[in-house]
Design a protein around this ligand. Structure first.
Ligand SMILES: NC(=O)c1ccc[n+]([C@@H]2O[C@H](COP(=O)([O-])OP(=O)(O)OC[C@H]3O[C@@H](n4cnc5c(N)ncnc54)[C@H](OP(=O)(O)O)[C@@H]3O)[C@@H](O)[C@H]2O)c1
Length: 292
């Protein structure tokens, strides 16, 4: 950073610039090990990141920029090649992610929807279960923010989905279907998507095997976008580093459940992760940290 830029009074950065800096940092981290301390321009301000992730912006940024950096910098700084899995679910106050018929668009507001696009942009791969592709026909691309398209991964052990789903035919990003090897036969493609056979673990594909198969393809930072069954299986297997629950101020009273884990007999068996709370528009994001 030239000294004249260090010294003159700099204009405060806005959230758009801050997100561009997060994306630039993630791109750099994907290509090479990040050297610390790191200095990056943030509009006319300067972002300094220390080894260990501590950071500061000079001059002091507006609160919305500080909040954005606090939420996304730790996610952008995950070292390349280091396995990292984050899941996100949008749910009602009574723990539902959709109506019984499957309507989930949109439980949470625009800020959380933009947040999910930002998570896609940070991830190497976005993972969804077959139920979500069947019900929502999502594109799983980055559209509401700047950033790179993740590889799209659909879990469909028994290859139940048809090739007419958008993710299999739009060619918008590389797409993989993970299926049980005993069900794949000689099939190699579903529309544009590549079918990847994995060993079956009972009725399922083990999250550890999913992580390992994706890691072999250079996909380490994984974003599990839903639905409830898929996220629950990762959580039950101890395969999540972080879980983000976006709580919408809505009560459905019925509908598809968010997390479902094996029954516990006493509260001492409950998971008690470290959490932080982040307001997202009219919703509240609760981030659970299972592993640092
Ligand atoms: N609010 C939100 O954040 C959010 C996000 C996404 C989706 N949704 C909503 O959630 C609903 C769908 O969610 P859902 O919980 O019913 O289903 P889901 O998690 O999308 O899909 C579950 C199915 O995916 C396959 N699958 C998942 N994990 C697997 C594994 N480890 N190994 C093998 N197969 C695996 C299985 O398919 P098979 O049973 O065929 O083997 C499983 O039944 C939709 O209504 C959608 O709109 C809400």
């Amino acid at each position: 950073m030239p000294s004249n830029l260090r010294d003159h009074k700099r204009a405060a950065p806005d959230a758009g610039k801050a997100w561009e800096t997060v994306v630039a940092l993630r791109r750099r981290g994907r290509k090479q090990a990040l050297g610390f301390p790191l200095e990056l321009p943030l509009g006319e301000a300067l972002l300094t990141i220390a080894r260990g992730g501590g950071w500061r912006v000079e001059p002091d940024p507006p609160p919305e920029v500080a909040a954005l950096l606090a939420l996304y910098l730790p996610l952008a700084l995950v070292p390349h090649g280091h396995g990292f899995v984050l899941a996100h679910l949008a749910q009602s106050l009574d723990g539902r992610i959709a109506t019984t018929g499957g309507d989930s668009q949109w439980l949470t507001g625009e800020a959380d929807q933009r947040h999910t696009h930002r998570l896609r942009a940070l991830a190497d791969a976005v993972i969804v279960g077959a139920g979500t592709v069947r019900q929502d026909n999502p594109r799983l691309t980055v559209r509401h923010c700047a950033g790179d398209q993740p590889v799209r991964v659909v879990l469909d052990a028994n290859l139940t989905l048809s090739a007419d789903r958008d993710v299999f035919r739009d060619g918008a990003a590389e797409t993989l279907v993970l299926a049980a090897a005993d069900h794949v036969g000689g099939a190699t493609r579903l529309g544009h998507a590549e079918i990847v056979p994995l060993p079956r673990d009972g009725e399922r594909l083990a999250p550890a095997a999913i992580r390992a198969a994706l890691a072999r393809r250079g996909l380490h930072w994984l974003y599990v976008e839903g639905g409830g069954v898929t996220v629950s299986r990762f959580l039950a297997a101890g395969a999540l580093d972080r879980l983000q629950i976006a709580l919408a101020p809505v009560i459905l009273g019925s509908g598809r459940p968010s997390l479902q884990l094996p029954e516990i007999a006493a509260l001492s068996g409950a998971l008690r992760p470290r959490v932080r709370h982040v307001p997202l528009g009219g919703d509240l994001l609760v981030e659970c940290v299972f592993h640092d």
